[in-house]
Write a protein that binds this ligand. Structure first.
Ligand code: C2E
Ligand code: CA
Ligand code: CA
Length: 599
């Protein structure tokens, strides 16, 4: 019989003695792992377990370490029975190993040694029980298993209770601080911005006094579920005190992002809650502290967010404050800019400027890039770097982007009418514009109405556009490509640019980022990179434009290395349409003077 089981792991149902049990009791189902190298031991213990009336056991036998590892990875067991005699090494060390390997499943140890000798060290090493084999009976084994399982479940409950807030089911302050600490370490390692938002319900005490504690509790529960619905998965929400909550915002693009997320969360409380058929409008005050600005430790950051929350309390309604005064000023300025930008778009304060793209081979203008400017009535000309990031965050980039395409098409039509019908007009598309599910449809409509030769239109994309939703982006590009529009990849070399990605998309041009061109004549690394980009692109029949060319040395280097086109101050800055027309006129007449051609 022993030979039958040798080398086999048996997993089977020991049926128990069902008929003997009163009908109203379903015997408990316990998963038991038996660790012994002796097949006879296995059969004997299985027999004893089958006698149990209080549980049905599903016994898995495992006879060596590899098996053990595999089994513990596959299944969760209620209890492990371990025959200590079966291993040579110190049983106490092995018990420690088992505890980690089995994820703290209770382990009952069995051996031939007397209980008097073994019990104490086994318990000290974390064993759940010790049973001497010579005294073992079915009832003793049953009792030991039942107690071990019961004790373990009580311990687990206590453990969870000290981590989880029982009312809301979210983590409590203690575990939150621990998580915050981990998040800070991660942010530090990855050089990321981390935000902590601390919320407090305004006037919660009077809500409790007026409506009673039960309603207060109900409100807290509903409030948490509203917050949870809106949070990204990685964000972690905790209940810090009675009416206080905190959220960790990881991996923020900038500190200003914390402002946007908080504003969005507070907006969730504009609608009232319905409690006991009554409508209740609550407002929150929030404080934001960011890492690394507001401190290096979790306690510091939490304290500082709390302080900022107190400042927010002084304001009416939903409100929030940054711990850093300078952040409050920056946020205020950004909000002001955002509001003004809406007016700019509506009142026609935006302009498109054009910067020529010149073919190196013959010094001819072959195209141009459209670059947006904001002619502010009082602040003067504002450059895109100062408003595009805010427009992207607020979503205003979408209507702005359509305005740009429209204006560029209007001017392109004019240029085509004037005989400049071979120039490529490049228009920037932000990654954020791909959030708009009507992108290709709207662009199609604009192009269709503009009466232009679509073959002259090129969209400049950045890698971030492709990272957002690759399938959707690819579909958009393919749809637009069917209209004859072409695409270039902007700022090449700065992101995760890889030629493998480009090949999947209809991209015909890459624009080498200015940062590589800046030092191409003085820095060997940049020189090598630029040369490699050009040659790889040419192997794939991709046109190469160098951006930010400012001097003759750079131009000569690019010429010698067969770059196709250049763009930069060496030729011209971005200028208004009228100036661009003048530039075109003079460069064409220079060209015809040199080559003896006309037009
Ligand atoms: P970009 O697409 O990389 O545009 C090139 C930027 O480099 C332009 O800055 C241009 O004026 C500048 N530049 C060109 N040659 C030189 C040079 O030789 N030296 C120096 N120092 N700079 C040069 P600009 O116009 O300030 O635009 C900045 C960024 O704003 C653009 O970078 C683009 O990302 C964004 N942007 C501009 N217009 C639009 C637009 O219509 N839509 C979108 N989504 N983004 C735009
Ligand atoms: Ca560009
Ligand atoms: Ca660029």
């Amino acid at each position: 019989m022993a030979g039958e089981c040798q080398g086999k792991r048996m997993s089977e149902q020991a049926s128990g003695n069902d008929e003997m049990l009163p009908l109203m009791f379903e015997p408990e189902e316990l998963k038991i792992l038996l660790l012994t190298s002796e097949p006879t031991e296995h059969l004997w213990l299985r027999y004893l377990l089958e006698q149990s009336e209080s549980f049905n056991s599903q016994l898995s036998w495992c006879y060596n370490l590899d098996e053990l590892h595999e089994l513990l990875n596959q299944e969760l067991f209620d209890v492990v029975l371990w025959d200590c005699n079966c291993r040579d090494e110190d049983p106490l060390i092995f018990l420690g190993f088992l505890a980690i390997e089995s994820d703290q499943t209770p382990v009952i140890c069995l051996s031939a040694e007397s209980e008097r000798l073994m019990s104490k060290p086994i318990f000290q090493a974390g064993g759940a029980d010790y049973l001497c084999k010579s005294l073992l009976s079915d009832s003793l084994l049953e009792r030991s298993i039942r107690n071990a399982v019961l004790r373990h479940s009580v311990e687990q409950q206590q453990d969870t209770r000290s981590h989880i807030d029982t009312l809301t089911g979210i983590v409590n302050r203690r575990i939150f601080l621990d998580r915050l600490h981990q998040s800070i370490l991660r942010a530090e390692r990855n050089n990321e911005v981390l935000g902590l938002v601390f919320f407090n319900v305004d006037d919660f005490r009077s809500i409790n006094d007026t409506f009673g504690y039960r309603s207060g509790d109900q409100l807290i529960k509903m409030l948490v579920s509203r917050l949870r619905e809106d949070l990204r998965r990685s964000d972690s929400l905790a209940r810090i005190g009675g009416d206080e909550f905190a959220i960790i915002l990881e991996n923020l693009d900038s500190t200003i992002d914390a402002n946007h997320v908080t504003a969005k969360l507070l907006a969730l409380f504009e609608d009232p809650f319905t409690i006991d058929h009554r409508q209740l409008l609550v407002t929150l005050s929030a404080g934001i502290a960011t890492f690394p600005e507001a401190g290096q430790t979790s306690e510091h950051i939490l304290k500082h967010a709390n302080r900022a929350m107190l400042d927010a309390k002084r304001e009416q309604g939903n409100s929030y404050h940054f711990y850093h005064q300078k952040m409050n000023v920056a946020v205020e300025r950004e909000l002001e800019l955002e509001a003004e930008f809406r007016t700019a778009l509506r009142d026609g304060q935006l302009r498109l400027y054009y910067q020529p793209r010149v073919s190196i081979a013959n010094d001819q203008v072959v195209g141009y890039e459209s670059l947006i400017r904001w002619e502010h009535p009082t602040r003067g000309l504002i450059m895109p770097d100062q408003f595009i990031p805010a427009a992207e965050r607020s979503g205003m980039i979408v209507p702005m982007g359509y305005w740009v395409v429209e204006q560029a098409c209007r001017d392109l039509a004019l240029l085509q009418e004037l005989g400049y019908d071979d120039l490529v007009c490049a228009v920037n598309l932000s990654f954020r514009q791909f959030y708009d599910k009507k992108l290709s449809e709207t662009v199609f409509r604009i192009i269709y109405n503009a009466d232009i030769n679509t073959g002259n239109l090129e969209f400049e994309l950045t890698e971030s556009a492709m990272m957002y939703d690759q399938k959707y982006t690819q579909r958009c590009l393919e749809q637009l490509a069917q209209l004859g529009v072409s695409f270039s990849l902007d700022d090449f070399g700065t992101g995760y640019s890889s030629f493998a990605n480009i090949q999947q998309l209809p991209i015909s041009t890459i624009k080498i980022d200015k940062s590589f061109i800046d030092n191409v004549c003085t820095n060997v690394d940049d020189e090598v990179i630029v040369k490699a980009i050009i040659s790889l692109a040419h192997n794939l029949q991709i046109n190469v434009v160098a951006e930010g060319v400012e001097d003759k040395d750079q131009l000569d280097f690019l010429l010698a290395n067969h770059c196709d086109e250049v763009q930069g101050y060496y030729y011209s800055k971005a200028v208004k349409l009228e100036s661009f027309l003048t530039y075109l006129g003079s460069s064409r007449s220079q060209f015809s003077a040199v080559t003896g051609t006309t037009g």
